[in-house]
Design a protein. Sequence first.
Length: 318
Amino acid sequence: MVTSKILKVKKWINLNEAATRLSLSLEEHINALDLMELALDNELILSVKFPRNQYHVIREIEKKSTPYIEYLDKMFKFELFSTEKNNIGEKEYKKLQEIFYKEEYDLYISKIRKSNIEKHEMSYDFFLNQARYFYWDYVDSVKSMNDFIFELPLIGSERIDVESLIEINNKREPCAFYNIDGVFLRDSDGRLYNLMSKFNDEILSSWDDDLDINFKSLYLDDRHYYPADGLPVDCEIGMSPINLSNFERSLSDVNESVSREQIMMLLGAVLQEVTSRTKKWTQGDLALSIDEKKIKNMKERAINGIFSKANKLYKSIN
């Protein structure tokens, strides 16, 4: 990566700066939209910076699980209640329960079919007796946001926001979807939070006629907040320098490894070429000339690959 002293201490850079730095480092054009697309594909991690002059409320949340059968029982009883069938006989109850279980099993299979799971985990018996249902649950009360930079895990409404930004920049309509789980944020310690929005005073007053709106504004009450449906319009999406560096390193790891023998062989071939003929050599000329010698593992593409890595390493120390 193109090194920078200021980058070592900064916690966040905007996407345009991140794209520019990657373009210089990788020697190919990359823009902010490319980075957002890559984030949606789980190739890199985006961050969001909130304005320091705004007040926001968050609430810590984590993923929990329960036996699937317990979740099904609760859902089935709720369905009976909502359809006013909670007074049916035992025989009819079990019949409807079995139908409900089978319908939920079909949904379960459709969700996990493409997952890399064992075959026995797709059985109906496993579904009823061993499968677990995962859900989000709050582990703390609402609190004021003290940090202003968070990673975007892209598992809630923040993903829809990024998708909408891409569509808008491509002159298309923004996404019209909605995620009831709200916006998720991840802090530097890996904790997840929901960004919270506040019910308006009219709604809060309707819950309790004796509630003093001015008094309630002095403290935070969990009942007064719900998951935000999107990121605030004034926040900025970017990346942390650490995640930018990790992404570039992952690209380098994907490339074919270069052995010490290849490097020494190429160095010897370069010395042979530049000392045997007097001319102004270019990288392309050298690669082509060495390729013509039919040296093992020294094809033109491999040679240019080694040259490219050498150039990047040299630039990183200057």
